[in-house]
Design a protein. Structure first.
Length: 487
């Protein structure tokens, strides 16, 4: 770390004094502070693996055996220095003496002996201080000074605090109640991380936020990359990226692309998933397009579903609205498949290119409607020399229909025609009073298949409570558009 002010010099001296005081405390305790595992390993001594630093006042975390954990055979839990000895052992500052020497038998866990009554010589103290100097990080108690380690950089080049590591962490911060690492900047970057092949800035939390960004007037967290994603979120058991907004006029997640591409892109079992829990409306996923040729929300399914909507209650899985008579609330180009009841259109029509002028006109046709699920079958038949004719219907006719109705019309001459026998075995017969008479016939039936019987058409239906007082087409009844259902 680099600094240029007198404050830096004063606080650097304070740190040096704190380290010397710690050394003096070790002598006062008459403890034997031997070579730590990091150095002892080079000379064939015991070795241990330590993963992270532990602050002197932090909760004791140790891998030593026993309950409570005990690292030394001769430093028991009742000793006032029990936690301190365990902590320094775990941090490889001290290692103790191997058991098995005279008067120092090995217990079931082969704990080493600390020999708290032995003196510390100058050579051992030198190694102790050097071991402590190589510990990852600096600890200073801030109970009397909120910023015991402060660096002020007055030039625009360099960094107030810089951390470098060839293979591990350059800067590591931990807090048990506050902020592990915090950066403040009036105009520049508060915290900046650069990773040539790894992670520039990484945050990990067991229960809180790994990385949190706050801003009064601009982005709380900003990421930029020339070749990869600017910001990436990953989670094993929850959302990779989670956003909340407390302003009803803005979005939890907003994506913008100023090069003509996609603002927000999702890939997965569900590429983009939105939930709306607002009591008075809102949208789980919303999109806007202000370009006549643009698309507000676009979904493409190459082997699956491009856009999927689901409603568990009385809501709408997919809802489209259009306030301009020249537009469409929904437009489908291609086949459309509906497995349930297909809504209610005030005008059931079909539209095709006009057969006589397909380049310039449409041909619109209205559908025949009925309060029943009615099927219509028709055709022409000519009676034989005896005036008889049999009309064969589809082989599913009786399985699908009931309540048959018949219509007969004689073609080409005056003659009489009757249904001589009703539908039986998917056919019926016609009788004319003259031979060889052409007859046009029509038969209708009411569906009685399982689906039709489970979902009969209800001709008159009371509006649900939340739609009462509202209209499908309020303008036709002199009502304002605010009275429109679905508004």
């Amino acid at each position: 770390m680099y600094g240029t002010s007198n404050t830096v010099k004063r606080r650097a001296a304070r740190y040096a004094a704190a380290l010397l005081a710690l050394s003096a405390l070790a002598i006062a305790l008459n403890g034997h502070w031997s070579v730590g595992a990091r150095l002892a390993n080079a000379s064939g001594g015991e070795t241990r693996q330590t993963t992270q630093a532990t602050e002197p006042n932090a909760p004791l975390v140790t891998t030593c055996p026993g309950t409570p954990a005990q690292c030394f055979a001769d430093v028991l839990s009742g000793s006032p220095f029990f936690d301190y000895a365990n902590r320094l052992y775990e941090q490889e500052v001290i290692s103790g003496y191997s058991c098995g020497r005279p008067g120092e038998p090995c217990d079931v866990n082969n704990r080493p002996y600390y020999r708290p009554g032995s003196n510390v010589n100058r050579g051992q103290m030198t190694k102790f201080v050097d071991n402590a100097r190589h510990m990852p990080g600096i600890y200073i108690n801030s109970s009397t000074d909120p910023s015991p380690l402060f660096v002020h950089l007055t030039t625009s080049i360099g960094a107030a605090v810089t951390g470098f590591s060839d293979d591990a962490t350059g800067v590591f911060g931990r807090s048990y109640g506050g902020t592990g690492v915090m950066g403040l900047s009036s105009t520049g970057v508060a915290v900046w991380g650069s990773g040539s092949a790894g992670v520039g800035v990484q945050g990990i939390s067991n229960s809180g936020r790994g990385v949190a960004g706050f801003s009064d007037s601009w982005q709380g967290v900003y990421g930029q990359s020339n070749t990869q994603a600017g910001v990436v979120g990953e989670s094993r058991d929850f959302d990779g990226v989670y956003a909340i907004t407390h302003n009803g006029n803005f979005a939890g997640v907003s994506g913008h692309n100023d090069a003509g591409g996609t603002g927000v892109w999702g890939s997965g079992t569900t590429g983009v998933y939105g939930i709306n829990s607002a009591p008075n409306g809102g949208a789980g996923v919303g999109g806007e397009s202000h370009n006549a040729n643009g698309t507000a929300v676009y979904g493409a399914g190459y082997n699956g579903t491009g856009v999927y909507g689901e409603a568990n209650g009385s809501g709408k899985g997919v809802f489209g609205a259009n306030t301009d008579q020249g537009g469409y609330a929904g437009y489908f180009s291609g086949n459309v498949h509906v497995t349930g009841s297909c809504c209610s259109s005030a005008n059931l029509t079909t539209q095709i290119d006009h057969p006589l002028d397909p380049a310039n006109k449409y041909l619109n046709q209205s559908a025949v409607q009925s309060p029943d699920m009615k099927n219509i079958y028709d055709g022409n038949v000519t009676t034989d020399a005896k005036g008889d004719a049999t009309v064969t219907l589809p082989d599913y006719f009786e399985a699908l229909n009931s309540d048959y109705r018949y219509q007969l019309t004689v073609i080409g001459e005056f003659a009489q025609a009757i249904v001589s026998s009703k539908v039986k075995n998917d056919s019926f017969t016609i009788k004319t009073d003259k031979p060889n008479v052409e007859v046009s016939w029509q038969v209708t039936g009411i569906r009685h298949d399982p689906y039709a019987e489970a979902h009969p058409t209800q001709a008159e239906q009371a509006k649900p409570e939340k739609e009462r007082g509202l209209y499908l087409h309020p303008e036709l009844y002199g009502q304002p558009d605010s009275k429109r259902i679905g508004k």
